[in-house]
Design a protein around this ligand. Structure first.
Ligand code: HEM
Length: 198
């Protein structure tokens, strides 16, 4: 089937591979859902708080697995180059935001896991992924004496929270950039990250 450009600019026929697209959207949806879930904790009935936090942990660990798959796929498969029409500052900023998003995609689950492993009640509240399979705490942290664990719990909690703020900023820049190219510059960039018949 001929490739029909949807905009008035030169067609950029390059697309991400299907596994990269699936992993991109799975990670995106899971992270947004996980943030929404944890922010909802202040507004839900008392009885739901513990299950909500447990689900947050399970979804976060799932993101860690997906992020690992994504990174491995990315190492073996170069993404399509950014459209050649981009000025240099936009190419550099897009690469910087993508690189930082990779860091945050790993940082959020890892800092959450570290924070949870330093929790004083970790031993009496074993972690189970979605209430089924047991998931370990990080032994190196969990086995520290309480006097060392307590400040670490606060530190990792703060790093997790600040990671969230960085995530919000990066997601904003990422979406704003994509929308600018799609609708303002009229380059069909969104379909690079969607399925196409090739
Ligand atoms: C997709 C990955 C994750 C994202 C985007 C994420 C995001 C967040 C955010 C935004 C908060 C609220 C921070 C605040 O403002 O106070 C939070 C809290 C928290 N997260 Fe995560 N998180 C992720 C993964 C994890 C994982 C894997 C764990 C543990 C295994 C975890 C454990 C926690 C805990 C215990 C809290 C504090 C909950 C509370 O007591 O209110 N998170 N997370």
């Amino acid at each position: 089937m001929p490739h029909t450009p949807e905009t008035n600019s030169a067609p950029e026929a390059s697309h991400y591979s299907h596994p990269a697209i699936v992993l991109h959207w799975l990670v995106a949806v899971a992270m947004v859902a996980n943030v929404a879930l944890i922010l909802s904790v202040e507004h839900i009935p008392e009885d739901w708080i513990r299950p909500a936090i447990d689900t947050h942990k399970s979804l976060g660990i799932t993101v860690l697995g997906l992020a690992l798959l994504r990174l491995l796929w990315r190492i073996g498969h170069r993404p399509p180059p950014l459209p050649s029409a981009y000025p240099r500052w936009e190419t550099v900023s897009a690469h910087a935001v993508h690189g930082l998003l990779y860091v945050v995609i790993f940082w959020m689950p890892l800092s959450g896991w570290l924070h949870d492993s330093a929790w004083s009640e970790a031993a009496t509240h074993p972690m189970q992924l979605f209430g089924t399979i047991g998931w370990p705490r990080i032994g190196l942290i969990e086995n520290l004496p309480p006097s060392t664990k307590e400040p670490l719990h606060d530190l990792f909690g703060a790093l997790h929270r600040w990671g969230g703020y960085v995530l919000y900023g990066l997601v904003f820049l990422h979406i704003a950039g994509a929308l600018k190219h799609q609708f303002f510059d009229r380059e069909a960039v969104l379909r690079r990250m969607w399925f196409s018949r090739r």
